[in-house]
Design a protein around this ligand. Structure first.
Ligand SMILES: *Cc1c(COP(=O)(O)O)cnc(C)c1O
Length: 470
């Protein structure tokens, strides 16, 4: 992997301090071995998420000072609307404070009980919003996307044959809308090809069914199309994004990703009737349609961020930074999902720690030990997150894969930081046989990964000190 140099220089710095290993051990014990319960100051390199963690540019910070905080008709709203219209081609632009609100507004409006929403892979908030409105969230990911070991260029693609079959069987009466998540977050940030988008669009439109994008990482997806799909090498990211959006009828978006801001989102569509209904709900839930739960200054920062994210050199560094961490790990033998997606590296904890069975949470053990040894915070995406009791049978459930995700914030960490992360993992890989499984001591009824407390299976937590001390 070719290394790309940072296409920015630093103007403002935020100090980070590495506390000692002893202090980290005390912190993680206090947090019940749950990384969500640490104080952020106790983390050295925070790879928990790429959502809302971007560094803004000088232009975005300057834009904040131009915030027009009028209740109605703020000039920043018009800049925001004009920018999104220009990038997506969608006529109606509705601001809201996060992506999940856009999802809630959409499904409150178009989804009736018992209807099905197909998607390549639903992100967890999207699935939750579909299910909350008594719909069925159906994932139709292509076969390559389900195979962690084998590289393929577009592992986020929709399975076209399954989609066609579903649409024929269920028809427009039961499928009010089809979604494609670009890039496919739950599937590892893997991209969707233009050919696949075009084919999904044709399948939908032949049957009169609208297509929406969950567009959080549309620019990263466009970069993959430019660099991997025949015929796009000479097109700009803006041209590719514009073609992608031309096949859809609307999108939901969390601006906390490719909007390069810390908070915000929107829904955009060509359907005027839908937009009117959604604006009615927006006033109830978020605020007047020209601010939708955001300050005027936030709208300005999003408008500027959406332009900056289209810069090829920014994306080349961004996607390259993720890819080079993945290469460093792969070269050292660490099992990861390949190729890396646009925003994160996924470590296959099941293969990293084959001696720990899934019910002893190998991903959580890996993530906790990585924190103790290095101060790097990732997140388990496996049986700790998705397990628990089967609601029907009461039997313990197991995730399809035991993963640890290292999500890379945008424009935040340097190449030295990333090298440190790579070395920390290679170091831990060398000591992997000493790592112990974990068990949950106390768990809440829902979303247990956020608040459970845990311990190591042997000698209640002291094992890491004894076995993985450097
Ligand atoms: C983050 C995300 C969302 C939800 O957005 P929030 O701003 O966190 O509410 C929806 N879909 C995808 C693919 C995401 O990555």
């Amino acid at each position: 992997m070719e290394q790309h140099i940072e296409p920015f220089k630093v103007k403002v710095v935020e100090p980070i301090v590495a506390i000692t290993r002893e202090e980290r051990l005390a912190a993680i014990r206090r947090a019940g071995y749950n990384l969500f319960k640490l104080r952020a100051e106790e983390v050295y390199i925070d790879l928990l998420t790429d959502s809302g963690t971007s560094a803004m540019s000088d232009s975005q910070w300057a834009g904040l000072m131009l915030g027009d905080e009028s209740y109605a008709g703020s000039r920043n709203y018009f800049h925001f609307e004009e920018t999104i219209r220009d990038i997506t081609g969608f006529a109606h632009v509705i601001p809201c404070h996060q992506g999940r609100v856009a999802e809630n507004l959409l499904f409150s409006t178009i989804l009736a009980k018992g209807q099905i929403i197909p998607n390549n892979s639903h992100f967890d908030t999207t699935r939750a919003n579909v299910e909350y409105h008594a719909g069925e969230a159906r994932d139709l990911l292509c076969a390559e996307g389900k195979d962690p070991g084998t590289p393929a260029p577009f592992k986020g693609n929709m399975d076209l044959a399954s989609l066609a079959q579903l649409l024929d069987e269920a028809g427009p009466a039961r499928v009010p809308l089809v979604m494609i998540t670009i890039t496919n977050n739950s599937g590892g940030g893997q991209p969707v090809s233009m050919a696949n988008i075009r084919a999904v669009s044709a399948l939908c439109h032949e049957r009169g069914i609208p297509l929406f994008f969950d567009a959080c990482r549309f620019a990263e997806n466009a970069y993959f199309i430019k660099t991997r799909e025949a015929g796009y090498a000479d097109k700009s990211i803006a041209e590719i994004a514009s073609e992608m959006f031309s096949y859809a009828d609307g999108c939901t978006m969390s601006a906390k990703k490719d909007g390069l801001v810390n908070m915000g989102g929107f829904l955009a569509t060509n359907d005027g009737d839908l937009a009117e209904k959604i604006r009615g709900l927006l006033i109830l839930m978020e605020g007047f349609p020209t601010y939708g739960g955001l300050s005027g200054r936030d709208l300005e920062a999003i408008a500027r961020g959406l332009r900056e994210v289209l810069d090829f050199h920014y994306l080349q560094f961004r996607v390259g930074q993720v890819a080079s961490l993945a290469e460093q790990l792969h070269a050292g033998g660490v099992p990861i999902i390949r190729p890396a997606g646009g925003h994160a590296v996924f470590i296959n904890a099941g293969r990293f720690l084959p001696h720990i069975p899934p019910q002893q949470l190998p991903g959580q053990s890996l993530a906790v030990n990585l924190y103790i040894e290095s101060g790097v915070r990732g997140v388990e995406i496996g049986t700790f997150m998705f397990g628990g009791e089967d609601p029907a049978t009461g039997a313990p459930r197991q995730a399809a894969m035991e993963l640890v995700r290292l999500a890379i914030p945008r424009r935040v960490y340097t190449t030295m930081h990333m090298n440190y992360v790579g070395r920390a993992l290679l170091d831990l890989y060398g000591k992997r046989e000493a790592l112990q499984g974990m068990r949950i001591v106390k768990e809440p009824p829902f979303l247990r990964h956020f608040s459970s407390t845990l311990e190591f299976v042997e000698s209640g937590g002291s094992v890491t000190e004894a076995t993985v001390s450097s």
